[in-house]
Design a protein around this ligand. Structure first.
Ligand SMILES: [Zn+2]
Length: 456
């Protein structure tokens, strides 16, 4: 029998959650149709991948591309290009920082149309859960929202208020549970953070260490306790985004043992940087929750390695350079730009810590398979398997080079990984069988991305 594939990737080391195996991958009509040691047949396009790893396309469930309304902070075109250069094949855009924020049918449709015009990779859209939009959550579900995002403290932008009281959060999670929607929370306790900030500012403090002292781990832990308790009461599926501390991971595990349906995300920056990097780098390394101590960073890696975390997302959150400059560190915009360099560097550091045969399947799980499972995209996305979309990042694990901000596709070439050594290079990124990035260049046209919606 002679096959004719659209695309044949030959002799790569294919990475799945189960392991790494040398195989050919045959693609037709955007899907993986065969994975086998030596595929017979011909193809319209053949990629010789000997020496490369065929990694599942990274599903970044946490970005802020800020369009419409603040496209000058990033935008869907540059953001999706940067993600593709970092090995990403789909992003889930957060509902806030765009104006209007995604809080109802109309704002969802507006962002969807823009992403369909501009994105170079596939995408899903988060809806917002804010005080006062309970009666619009059904519209968001029907429009295809991947889940709902709520802030348990101020979000940093006026048009997306946080839910800072338990009663409102409870009502929101109850409604979300009725609709079958997952709720993701930014877990920082508003009252505790606010009291610490007020006290620091009353003392006239403006420096970076004083700012970090206003966001101790307890701010995160208090919010995780509240959110997991309410998720347990309401039966809501809960996802804690950007867990920054090993103590937070433990709280999530304890809640899960009590029967709460909760998962935890962390971000590359909590695994690649620590609080001394905030002091050294300043604004590019400011984020909420803040980077933690070196001991906590190491313990967070151990949690990754022992299955305590479910997903890793970039929380790519850029802002204009003017908002990243102030003599008052408290006034600087919090948000790290990381969707391009963060993933290859994360894989590079993981390979320093563990053999490839352990590290790569684990990361394929956290960066792709678990994301697809948690957000009901499994079968189509997240795994290199026959029948799934042909989404790959071809990685060169001997790509010893130094990262430079000048190679970033972001609208603003800023980020905390400048001049870091990285042994993992993204040679090529493929979405549904089509090359979107190769060897330093964006290869896809805009208007290639498809909306991803959760299976019912
Ligand atoms: Zn975020």
């Amino acid at each position: 029998m002679s096959n004719v594939f659209d695309l044949l990737i030959r002799n790569g080391d294919v990475v799945t959650p189960e392991g790494v195996l040398r195989a050919d991958v045959g693609v037709s009509e955007g899907r993986i149709v065969r994975i086998a040691r030596e595929l017979e047949g011909s193809a319209k396009e053949t990629i010789e991948a000997a020496g490369l790893h065929v990694f599942p396309g990274i599903l970044d469930a946490h970005v802020h591309f800020n369009e419409p309304g603040r496209a000058d902070w990033e935008g869907l075109a540059s953001g999706s290009a940067a993600l593709a250069a970092g090995g990403g094949t789909a992003f889930f855009d957060m509902p806030l920082n765009s104006v209007p924020p995604v809080l109802d049918r109309e704002s969802f449709a507006l962002k969807r149309a823009l992403a369909e015009q501009k994105s170079r990779v596939d995408f899903a859209l988060w809806g917002g859960l804010v005080p006062g939009n309970l009666d619009r959550l059904g519209e968001l579900r029907d429009a295809g929202a991947i889940g709902l995002k709520a802030f348990m403290c101020g979000s940093g932008v006026e048009e997306f208020p946080g839910i800072i009281d338990a009663a409102t959060l409870r009502a929101g999670m109850k409604r979300a549970a009725e609709l079958g929607l997952l709720v993701a929370v930014h877990a920082e306790d508003d009252a505790l953070a606010r009291s610490l900030v007020d006290a620091a500012q009353a003392r006239g403090e403006t420096d970076v260490r004083s700012w970090m002292a206003t966001r101790p781990v307890e701010v995160e832990l208090a919010a995780i306790r509240t959110a997991t308790d309410i998720a347990g009461e309401t039966g809501c599926r809960l996802h804690i985004v950007h867990v920054s501390s090993p103590e937070g991971v433990i709280l999530v595990a304890e809640a899960r043992r009590r029967g709460v349906d909760v998962t935890a995300e962390t971000c590359p920056h909590y695994l690649l940087l620590n609080e001394e990097d905030v002091v050294r780098l300043g604004a590019p390394a400011k984020c909420f929750p803040p980077l933690r101590s070196e001991i906590r960073r190491q313990r967070l890696w151990e949690a990754v390695e022992h299955g305590g975390l479910d997903t890793i997302g970039s929380d790519h959150s850029p802002a204009p350079p003017t908002m990243k400059v102030s003599n008052d560190f408290f006034a600087i915009w919090g948000g790290i730009s990381g969707c391009q360099h963060g993933f290859p560097l994360l894989i590079s550091v993981a390979l320093e810590r563990a053999p490839a045969a352990e590290a790569l399947p684990r990361l394929a799980t956290l960066l792709a398979a678990n994301v697809a499972d948690r957000f009901s995209l499994a079968g189509r996305k997240g795994r290199l398997a026959e029948g799934a979309d042909a989404d790959f990042a071809l990685l060169n694990l001997q790509g010893d080079h130094v990262l430079h901000n000048e190679e970033l596709f972001y609208h603003f070439q800023q980020g905390p990984y400048d001049r870091r050594r990285c042994t993992v290079g993204v040679a090529r990124t493929i979405v549904r069988g089509r090359t979107v990035y190769a060897e330093g260049r964006i290869a896809s046209a805009p208007s290639f991305g498809h909306l991803l919606t959760p299976s019912p």
